[in-house]
Design a protein around this ligand. Structure first.
Ligand code: DOR
Ligand code: ZN
Length: 353
């Protein structure tokens, strides 16, 4: 348990009804390509972010340093004020030499998607042992392995979206046992089992938590396409475990929004796409939720400090001020419906200083 420090900002929260913290980090975001990229990238700064870890599940996926750098340039052309931390997609095309090239170029991590479990994951992994030489090189060069922690459904074995994360945890354990110096992030955790696995994992293993998984359970996405994402939100006791580990200020648990925009018609289709869009109001969603949990004082560490520390990056400069004023989430941003559309949040984002 980290002691709660009396920050000056908290005094201001009390006195002025504002919360001033450093600009935030989003250690897991989908910013897409082409017109969708141009539409959503400006919302990163609007949502209080200064630095983001960019997911590589584009079409085609980012499987080389050259592609990652070209993508970064495109993102910088839309908003040069955000720091884009680039990742590649774990894939048989990636060689050990490519890992070294990526490390030299400042690429931060490699993301693993189990095959077929989510958007653009058809090229995902099936067997980690194939990639052990890459993990060796990543460990040596300090690249982080980001894991989408679900295994594919297998009805013969009674595996479906509700227990896919829990079944993945033995793979996590195997990986950190076999690569004791490799930093690994279990992305967007959703279960009490994953929370327990993170608690018992070594210092090299962290986890991201999304704003939406702190709010949702199965009841919120079954029949409600806009709350459907992968991994799906689970039981109330799972959400309680997520809330608890964030509220206690676990230093290896930090914000990764998994904000994943899809056009409205793709979300509302009979077979709707997985993904919840939170970028435009990300810091406000988190503040609203943490306050409702009685732990607004964890906002700074969860959204601005622990992720940077885990990734070995300097903490952000520049400040973000939120004010305790009700805001109504827009019904849509262009063609994309955001999380909690048309609902009220208790915190508003002020223009950045
Ligand atoms: O809900 C999700 N949407 N989960 C993912 O892992 C991918 C993402 C997307 O790219 O749409
Ligand atoms: Zn994602």
């Amino acid at each position: 348990m980290i002691p709660r420090l009396p920050f000056v900002e908290e005094f201001h929260t009390f006195r002025m009804n504002t919360l001033t913290i450093p600009l935030c980090d989003d250690f897991h975001v989908h910013v897409r390509q082409d017109d969708m990229m141009k539409a959503v990238v400006p919302y990163l700064a609007a949502g209080g972010m200064s630095r983001v870890l960019v997911m590589p599940n584009t079409t085609p996926p980012i499987t080389s340093t050259a592609q990652a750098l070209a993508y970064k340039e495109e993102l910088e052309a839309v908003d040069p004020n955000i720091t884009y931390l680039m990742t590649m997609y774990l894939h048989p095309d990636i060689t050990v030499e490519e890992v070294h090239k990526a490390a030299d170029a400042g690429i931060v991590g490699i993301k693993s998607y189990p095959r077929g479990v989510t958007t653009n994951s058809d090229a995902g992994i099936e067997d980690y042992s194939l990639y052990y030489p890459l993990f060796e090189a990543m460990q040596e060069r300090g690249l982080v392995l980001e894991l989408h922690g679900e295994i594919p459904s297998d009805h013969e074995r009674d595996i479906c979206v509700l227990n896919a994360e829990e079944y993945f945890l033995s793979h996590l354990k195997q990986l950190y046992t076999d690569f004791p110096y490799l930093r690994i992030v279990l992305e967007h955790i959703t279960t009490a089992a994953a929370v327990a696995a993170i608690r018992e994992a070594p210092e090299t293993v962290g986890a991201t938590v999304t704003a939406h998984h702190l709010e949702l359970t199965v009841d919120d996405w079954a029949g409600q396409n806009h709350n459907f994402c992968k991994p799906v939100a689970k039981y109330p006791h799972d959400r309680a475990a997520l809330r608890e580990i964030v509220a206690e200020g676990h230093p290896r648990v930090f914000l990764g929004s998994d904000s994943a925009p899809h056009p409205r018609n793709a979300k509302e289709a009979a077979c709707g796409c997985a993904g919840v869009f939170t970028s435009p109001l990300l810091a406000a969603y988190v503040a609203d939720t943490l306050e409702s949990l009685g732990c607004l004082d964890r906002m700074r560490s969860f959204a601005c400090e622990f992720g940077a520390d885990f990734y070995g990056l300097p903490r952000n400069e520049g400040t973000l001020t939120l004010s305790k004023q009700t805001c109504t989430v827009p019904a849509s941003y262009g063609d994309v419906v955001p999380f909690r559309a048309s609902q009220k949040l208790s915190w508003s984002l002020c223009p950045h200083s």
